[in-house]
Design a protein around this ligand. Structure first.
Ligand code: DNN
Length: 734
């Protein structure tokens, strides 16, 4: 079934009438609006749809209660109709207590992204709520409040009642105030369409886009987003809408295939997250963090340290985004290694990393990456480090293949084939084999050679999954293990041994994991490090941390790293701080988001996905009784095993496919170059953008050269994922 599109047609003007409460006159006032509209637009049709009634059958004469009256599915109406994003006429409450009811209803709607265009209520002579509300909405929000006379007293005799109401309707429907509301709504409707249609051209003239070559960019490649809900943006259809029929819906749902650049987790406009943000904004706004503390930041730090289940980590440093969080991590690791090994301030220190790494776009984070497309034209870029090449993993022709790059075959052999993805991730089992010995020997030889060159390193190293081609987890685990047992390869004569060595003390080099993209359930588990079975000394978390709502990043560190910054000299402190460090809004949203995802794990919300070919039902421990992390041995994806298998056999177009958690990546065969500059995935991206079911919905995606990737949110339903699989299979066959 096609997802729901927000209602926006050129000719059809749809407005939603919400009541501030039940029994506020919604039906009567809507009847007045309909009568009046029929008089103003004589050649047009006016209809009134009452989708749900509240109350007992006999009683159900008044609208559908207030904005939070539940619908049949138990979802409250404000949430139920949010995706349709119809402009709202709010019927105010003219009774005692009605001011508060009206303001509360308005706030509930506004929190959910509704545009309340007008407030309408009875002009009651006793409380005169309309007077207060006129000033309140006018002054604060520029929203006009109109009032009409109250209906006449009721008659017992049905005919008398009918006559009296007919007269009332006829009179009130002619009132200028009512006409004014309708003509204003009409104008707003036109303006909304005009604005949406001009947005791409205006943006083309004024916006400087990230990761975009502007030279070939034309306005028709710019997506105008009206709103978003759940997994979908509501986007303006790209074909020239002026020539389309006036009945065509101008908006359509576009599946957010990049999860809004890997951030989206709990659905766009998730009301729980919105409320968490509003709560913290209401309680604190933003408050200074240095040498201060507030509940959301403390609770978040405690939650992360507890749930990450890494006995090394005991400190949380807050920043605003993954790039700076990684830069902070590198500052931590550099200092810790320099202090322990006695490297002087002039020593050139580098990263011991992996090829193809990407840790963000600040220059410091860029310097952690080897020279590549992302940094080749960045003037200040100066890659600092050594980057290992490594074997990658993909599913090809139904087999999970660990592919060794040509240049490493002499050292690492020709790679291996596995029957299941779980076999690839059985790093402890694989560690017993010959392949592991070869990895160890190669890494040791390389480190010894680097030592002979006098090079000095820290190890931000592994991040499981880079530029969407997964690295062999065993290679990464081996790298960490070799580094940790080889302090002699890094120490110099002036090295200081740690005062007190414990299991949590970093050894060899401080190991940093960039889990910005991979962590917090993106790959199906709380941490990505659990796939490697190693505990980093520093780990960086962002993106899903806030469920896709606001930017926030945490860099977690061990005390052993933290202690390197302790001295009597202020300049030894970690002199790094964002103005919005640990902003309460972000911390509160993160708490809500982590809690929701953990509840989902506990409730077994992903069990059906896990059983789509990844694990047997018996191997799933009961989520109710299982402590978090107990299912961390499971390797699974929301993308079904049968789909991965089928696509992997499309060898004409597909070089390999890979899925873990909510992420799917397809490496396409490419005639020309591979990598970010390749255009191999553009055809697939363009077809998905064109749309399905007569263009009623489409997929908005980003591509990485010859790699097409798509990821779902953590709340995306199984049926949505299966539908996407069908679409992808069709498109790949074209
Ligand atoms: C948004 C995310 N954190 C990174 N900065 C983006 C990484 C490369 C994306 C390239 C692209 O979408 O064209």
């Amino acid at each position: 079934m096609a997802p729901v599109g927000a209602l926006l047609q050129r000719a059809l003007r749809v407005h939603q009438v919400y009541g501030a409460n039940t029994d506020v006159g919604k039906t009567i006032l809507t009847t007045i609006l309909c009568n009046s509209a029929s008089k103003i637009w004589k050649n047009e049709q006016v209809s009134y749809l009452k989708p749900v009634s509240t109350g007992a059958q006999d009683d159900a004469d008044e609208g559908s209660g207030g904005v939070h009256s539940p619908g049949p599915s138990r979802t409250t109406q404000a949430d139920l109709y949010a995706p349709l994003r119809m402009p709202v006429i709010l019927v105010g409450d003219s009774k005692l207590g009605g001011i508060s009811q009206t303001v509360s209803a308005f706030e509930s709607l506004r929190l959910r992204g509704y545009d309340v265009e007008s407030v309408l209520l009875f002009r009651d002579a006793v409380y005169e709520n309309y007077r207060y509300l006129t000033d309140y909405f006018g002054d604060n929000y520029g929203i006009s409040v109109e009032s009409v006379a109250e209906p006449p007293k009721r008659y017992e005799d049905a005919q008398a009642e009918r006559d009296s109401m007919t007269e009332y309707y006829a009179e009130v429907s002619e009132q200028k105030t009512v006409h004014d509301i309708l003509t204003r709504l009409d104008k707003r409707h036109e303006n909304r369409i005009t604005r949406l249609e001009e947005m791409p051209t205006k943006a083309h003239g004024h916006i400087w886009y990230p990761f975009t070559q502007h030279k070939p960019l034309l306005p028709d490649r710019i997506t105008a987003i009206d709103s978003a809900y759940g997994d979908h943006f509501q986007t303006l259809r790209s074909q020239p809408t002026t020539s389309s029929s006036p009945e065509t819906n101008l908006l359509r749902p576009s599946f957010d295939g990049s999860a809004s650049w890997w951030t989206q987790g709990l659905g766009h406009a998730n009301p729980k997250l919105t409320l968490a943000a509003a709560y913290a904004a209401g309680r604190y706004g933003h408050v200074m963090f240095a040498e201060a503390i507030h509940e959301p930041a403390l609770a978040l730090a405690e939650t992360l340290l507890k749930n990450i289940q890494n006995p090394r980590l005991n400190r949380v440093f807050f920043s605003d985004n993954g790039s700076t969080g990684c830069e902070v991590a590198v500052k931590m690791a550099l200092r810790a290694a320099r202090t322990r090994y006695g490297w002087g301030p002039d020593a050139k220190l580098g990263i011991l990393g992996l090829k193809g790494s990407y840790h963000g776009d600040t220059i410091g984070a860029m310097d952690c990456a080897e020279p590549c497309t992302f940094n080749e034209n960045v003037e200040w870029y100066e890659g600092k480090g050594f980057w290992f090449d490594y074997p990658t993993v993909q599913c090809t022709e139904g087999k999970w293949v660990v592919d060794v790059p040509e240049g490493l075959k002499a050292d690492l052999g020709n790679g291996e084939e596995f029957t299941t993805m779980a076999d690839v991730f059985d790093v402890e089992g694989r560690e017993q084999g010959e392949g592991s010995r070869k990895y160890e020997a190669y890494i040791e030889r390389t480190l010894e050679a680097l030592q002979k060159q006098g090079r000095k390193f820290v190890c931000p190293g592994p991040s499981l999954y880079e530029t969407h081609i997964p690295r062999d987890p065993l290679f990464q685990r081996t790298l960490v293990n070799v580094v940790r047992r080889s302090p002699h390869l890094f120490a110099t004569g002036d090295s200081q041994s740690p005062a007190q060595e414990t299991d949590a003390t970093w050894k060899g080099l401080p190991v940093v994991f960039d889990e910005v993209f991979t962590g917090l359930y993106r790959l199906g588990r709380y941490t990505a490090s659990s796939f490697l079975g190693v505990h980093p000394d520093v780990s960086v978390h962002a993106k899903l941390l806030t469920g896709g709502l606001v930017p926030l990043c945490t860099t977690l560190a061990s005390d052993s790293v933290f202690e390197a910054f302790l001295s009597d000299d202020k300049s030894d402190a970690l002199l790094h701080g964002h103005s919005y460090t640990a902003h309460p809004v972000g911390c509160q949203v993160a708490l809500e988001s982590l809690q929701e995802m953990q509840h989902m794990e506990k409730r077994g919300s992903w069990d059906a996905f896990k059983q789509d070919g990844w694990v047997s039902p018996e191997s799933l421990q009961s989520p109710e009784t299982t402590p978090r992390g107990a299912n961390d041995s499971i390797v699974w994806s929301v993308w079904s095993h049968s789909f991965i298998d089928a696509v992997s056999h499309n060898s004409a177009r597909v070089a390999g496919i890979w899925a873990l958690g909510s992420v799917l990546a397809i490496t396409l065969r490419s005639e020309g170059s591979v990598g970010y500059k390749s255009s191999a995935a553009l055809t697939l991206q363009t077809r998905l953008r064109e749309g399905y079911e007569e263009g009623r919905w489409n997929v908005h995606s980003r591509v990485l050269g010859n790699v097409f990737y798509i990821m779902t949110g953590q709340k995306t339903s199984r049926s949505t994922v299966r539908e996407l699989e069908t679409v992808l299979r069709e498109v790949l066959m074209m």
